[in-house]
Design a protein around this ligand. Structure first.
Ligand code: HEC
Length: 158
């Protein structure tokens, strides 16, 4: 009998806890998800940077890595559709006041990554260099307005 009663009690308690914490958990999961998307963009861009800077014999990989960034950019609008700017995130609240601008900057990154892929395939070093510069600038253009600077990053608080 007691076990049945405590089972009921437990189920009730679990239901209350779950209903109270689910939205918060979902928000945290969303923030974590979009940070992974950005980390993926950063990983691909970092690999391209390593090839170019250290002149690694991996020129053929540049186009594939740049195209992966373009594909990843397609997931950004939905990932940032929830106005979550509290807690462990460096996303500035201004994103959700200026969503059109934010999405335009995302599209600029997408186009710059496709231009870089195209340049890399054609293989003219001067054109690749310029495309590389435009590509890097497309990150900074969005981060400048919509990502907290390092000094204010939640990562400083950990
Ligand atoms: C349209 C806007 C936008 C563009 C374009 C953009 N970013 Fe970001 N990026 C953000 C925002 C906003 C965050 C903060 C996300 C958060 O903490 O919730 C971020 C975070 C990051 C992070 C940290 C991810 C983590 O693990 O927390 C990296 C790395 C990064 N961006 C790299 C890049 C690179 C490299 C590019 C260009 C190829 C780029 N980003 C282009 C908006 C952008």
């Amino acid at each position: 009998m007691t076990t049945i009663r405590s089972k009921f009690l437990f189920t009730g308690l679990a239901a209350v806890l779950l209903s109270a914490s689910l939205p918060v958990l979902a928000n945290e999961a969303y923030v974590g998800y979009r940070q992974k998307i950005m980390a993926a963009v950063g990983g691909h861009a970092g690999a391209i940077g390593a090839i170019v800077k250290s002149k690694l014999p991996e020129q053929d990989a540049i186009a594939a890595l740049a195209e992966a960034v373009a594909k990843t950019a397609d997931t950004v609008p939905a990932a940032f559709s929830h106005a979550l700017h509290e807690g462990a995130t460096d996303a500035k609240p201004e994103i959700w006041d200026n969503m059109d601008d934010f999405l335009t900057l995302n599209d600029a990154m997408r186009k710059a990554s496709l231009a870089l892929a195209d340049a890399a395939r054609k293989g003219d070093p001067a054109v690749v260099k310029k495309a590389m510069r435009d590509f890097s600038k497309s990150c900074g253009a969005c981060h400048r307005s919509y990502r907290k600077p390092k000094e204010e990053s939640y990562k400083q608080r950990r």
